[in-house]
Design a protein around this ligand. Structure first.
Ligand code: GAL
Length: 438
């Protein structure tokens, strides 16, 4: 080595630690930058995206149409970053959530996954599995167009953790108008007494009075009975710390629920929600209580006309309350194609994406500025209800109880469906609430 080179190196040497210190400082600033949302310090931040892997349970009847529309737009706009549709079949995420939990535990997340706004999303946040997405919200000014009630469900310690794509209504009574006519049910029941009278008439007319499917659909049914029986104020209070499950109101809920099960099909456990809806549309059942994804199924899969092929009303006793839930999408930590996921979330928040997805999915947009003209007869009704109704959050779809609490309820429900023992069920529900309410 020449003396000249040695001198050059000596001159450069003192700069190296300085440079390292500077880079370390810059990295630290990126990690802690308040409100920066998704910090560039994430492992895959600067990498070129090869694809966009999105995890959901929207595989088929009534569920996949909306997603398909989004995929078409995505692939057209991102020819080098194709959409990889990672779906796991099973309504309400009954199978998907377990698969997702395994992937997250193994640190093999998709680029973005479906998570219900509310307690379910908070689980992922508290487990440290999600990145905040405040920057996306800021860039697309989403705070101005998403309702505050929804924002509060996806915020944790002041940061936002997902982009909601829709709002679903859970408390819908679907019916077959021709079957009601045949059974002599002159008007759609509004009160509980009218509902029971209508179910009796359907039974006499030799049709299934109330179609249900696998267990999660029965939990869905149960939450609507809770809302109908004790009203939104007491329903909402049950999910707060100290909520009182050990009272006459809840007892009445469970007795009514048990009675209702007496009007349902005996093969429920082996039917999907689509199977149960189809019983109504085929004229084999009079009623079904399901979320409004059924609207997409009746219309697009079964090609039925609203009002004549299928009808709807609030679940008896729940007029004026929107039992809501929202599908939102996330940015998991360690998303392999992070830049594509960030782009996807921005797209999902857009008016174009929401007004394309929701008319097909059977949901109203999370944004307040949707164009109602693009929505069908049922969804126009739902858009109006959303504006005026009180709100209550869904249990079966992740709003009011986290996964642990919901699992406790589901276990107790499974036992109840066999024993029909109301007292034991109520005890189990009260115990679960004491254990789990945060
Ligand atoms: C809900 C979900 C809806 C719909 C439904 C039936 O949990 O939020 O988008 O897919 O399950 O699977």
């Amino acid at each position: 080595m020449s003396e000249q080179t040695r001198q050059r190196r000596r001159r450069r040497a003192p700069r190296t630690p300085l440079l390292i210190a500077f880079l370390a400082l810059a990295a630290a600033v990126l990690v802690v930058l308040p409100g920066s949302g998704f910090a560039q310090s994430e492992p895959n931040a600067g990498q070129q995206a090869k694809q966009l892997a999105v995890f959901s349970w929207w595989t088929g009847g009534g569920e996949a149409h909306g997603l398909k529309k989004l995929i078409t737009i995505w692939n057209k706009n991102h020819p080098t970053v194709p959409f990889k549709n990672e779906t796991v079949a099973g309504g309400a995420g009954s199978n998907a959530k377990a698969v997702l939990a395994q992937r997250l535990a193994a640190k093999k997340p998709p680029d973005s996954f479906q998570g219900h706004a509310g307690a379910e999303l908070q689980d992922y946040i508290k487990a440290g599995q999600l990145e905040p997405v405040d920057s996306i919200w800021k860039k697309f000014k989403l705070r101005q167009v998403i309702p505050q009630q929804l924002i509060s469900q996806i915020t944790y310690k002041g940061k936002l953790y997902s982009v909601p794509v829709n709002i679903h209504r859970a408390n819908v009574l679907w019916y077959n108008p021709a079957v009601l006519k045949k059974a002599g049910i002159k008007s759609v029941p509004k009160t509980w007494a009218q509902f029971i009278a209508a179910l009796k008439k359907a039974k006499s007319a030799d049709v299934i009075p109330l179609a249900v499917g696998e267990q999660w659909t029965q939990m869905h049914l149960m939450e609507t009975v809770m809302l109908a029986t004790i009203g939104p104020g007491r329903y909402n209070a049950l999910w707060k710390k100290g909520g009182n499950w050990d009272n006459a109101g809840v007892k009445l809920v469970l007795n009514r629920y048990r009675d209702l099960l007496g009007y349902t099909n005996s093969d429920a456990a082996s039917l999907t929600w689509q199977d149960a809806s189809k019983l109504v549309s085929d004229g084999k059942a009079a009623f079904n209580i399901m979320g409004d994804w059924a609207d997409g199924y009746f219309r697009l899969d079964l090609k039925k006309k609203p009002k004549t092929g299928y009808g709807w009303a609030p679940v008896p006793g729940t007029t004026g309350t929107y039992l809501w839930l929202s599908d939102s999408f996330t940015l998991p930590k360690g998303a392999p194609n992070r830049s594509a996921a960030v782009e996807w979330l921005g797209f999902l928040g857009s008016k174009r994406a929401q007004d394309t997805f929701n008319p097909a999915k059977g949901s109203i947009p999370a944004r307040k500025d949707a164009n109602p003209k693009l929505y069908g007869t049922y969804l126009k009704w739902a858009l109006n209800q959303w504006k005026t109704n009180k709100l209550a959050g869904s249990l079966a779809h992740g709003v009011v109880a986290n996964n642990a609490w919901k699992t406790d309820i589901d276990t107790a429900l499974g036992l109840f469906l066999r024993s029909k023992d109301v007292d034991k069920f109520q005890d189990a529900l009260a115990t679960a609430a004491k254990r789990r309410a945060a």
